[in-house]
Design a protein around this ligand. Structure first.
Ligand SMILES: NC(=O)C1=CN([C@@H]2O[C@H](COP(=O)(O)OP(=O)(O)OC[C@H]3O[C@@H](n4cnc5c(N)ncnc54)[C@H](OP(=O)(O)O)[C@@H]3O)[C@@H](O)[C@H]2O)C=CC1
Ligand SMILES: CC(C)(CO)C(=O)C(=O)O
Length: 327
């Protein structure tokens, strides 16, 4: 099987290292990377530190999709704001038959595939020109939710922080034999895979947590425990989440949990720095539209007011604009 990973950052680098270590017999693995990361992979391979062990994996890498050739599966692990740039490369790599496993946070471009007229048009905050949907049709997508945390300590050097789980699901909810085979293959690489008949609901549930923690941490430089320990900030987060719960109920992504129970899940992360805070500290652009702007936009389409989410979005966007962190 031919597999290419696009984006050898925290999550893409982690997955590349796992697949390279465990599936060398079954998978012909490549990475589409650029700049310092590409040079580092070519010179030294990719380094993963996981559970106190350091693994170095050699993998074919290029910045040219043509050089890598058509793939059976592409794993897409870039930040959402990079998607307009990489979408043509995805299309080239999947050719006529390949699939794309989308290993990203936030509302994806294919989220409302098959939905009624109000929601079917591409979201401005996710796919402004509609080009991503054209280049990567929903029929070619395998959706996912990543329950893991990783970070890059230097180009092509990845540290696994916690979690090994991925939920996989097709946009139309079918559990096909191909999906089951992929799940079995990824389990051989040490991942814990579950399959979902409604991956959109799993995506919305994850978003329910990181649409507050990520921007609030980027605004305040606070870790998750500090956010939850501050009564006023915790209350603000809950109000944003209640708006997302109402929207979720309107799009068949119901959330049954209380905000307090969700906070208890996040509290287990302890003094955790979200990926958005890590990006803000490193001067990289923020994944704000896919995580927060998209929720507001869906609310607007449905006529659901989102004053608390608007405030969070406005404040974070202004901070990001002043610090040069907007894509
Ligand atoms: N980090 C985490 O723990 C978690 C992240 N996620 C989600 O996973 C997704 C990926 O996040 P993460 O791994 O943290 O992101 P990173 O920023 O660490 O990695 C993204 C990678 O994509 C590369 N990239 C961007 N554009 C291109 C391009 N045109 N060509 C080649 N490479 C490109 C970047 O390269 P360059 O450095 O050159 O820009 C970078 O190496 C996000 O949606 C995130 O929210 C989900 C769960 C946890
Ligand atoms: C760990 C978590 C859930 C924090 O919101 C996350 O997904 C991130 O850091 O992007």
């Amino acid at each position: 099987m031919r597999m290419a990973i696009i984006g050898a950052g925290a999550i893409g680098g982690w997955l590349t290292a796992l697949l390279g270590q465990h599936l060398a017999e079954q998978v012909q693995l490549s990475v589409l990377a650029r700049g310092d990361t590409l040079q580092a992979i070519k010179q030294h391979g990719l380094q993963l530190t996981q559970a106190g062990q350091v693994h170095r994996v050699r993998v074919r890498a290029s910045e040219s999709p043509a050089e890598l050739g058509e793939q059976d599966l592409v794993i897409l692990a870039v930040k959402a704001q990079s998607l307009p740039d990489v979408a043509p490369a995805v299309a080239e790599l999947i050719g006529q038959h390949g699939k794309v496993l989308v290993a990203m946070n936030g509302v994806p471009w294919w989220f409302f595939h098959g939905a009624g007229a109000v929601l079917a048009a591409p979201l401005q905050t996710v796919d402004p020109s509609g080009r991503i949907s054209q280049l990567i049709p929903a029929e070619r997508v395998i959706g996912s939710v990543i329950h893991a945390s990783c970070r890059t300590t230097a180009p092509a050097q990845i540290e696994h922080v916690m979690g090994q789980s991925l939920i996989l699901g097709l946009p139309d909810g079918q559990i096909t034999p191909q999906l089951q085979q992929l799940a079995a293959l990824l389990e051989q690489a040490g991942l814990k895979i579950s399959l979902s008949e409604q991956i959109q609901r799993d995506i919305w549930y994850k978003l329910w947590g990181n649409m507050t923690m990520n921007p609030i941490s980027a605004l305040t430089a606070a870790s998750c425990d500090q956010i939850l320990d501050d009564v006023l900030v915790r209350d603000f987060s809950a109000r944003v989440m209640e708006e997302a719960r109402l929207i979720g109920a309107a799009i068949d992504c119901q959330i049954e949990q209380s905000t307090e129970d969700r906070f208890a899940v996040t509290a287990k992360l302890g003094a955790f720095k979200t990926s958005m805070l890590q990006d803000a500290e490193a001067g990289r652009s923020l994944e704000l539209d896919a995580l927060v702007g998209s929720v507001r936009e869906i609310g607007q389409r449905l006529g659901i007011a989102t004053p608390w989410t608007d405030a969070l979005y406005g404040l974070t966007r202004l901070m990001a604009s002043n610090r040069g962190l907007l894509a």
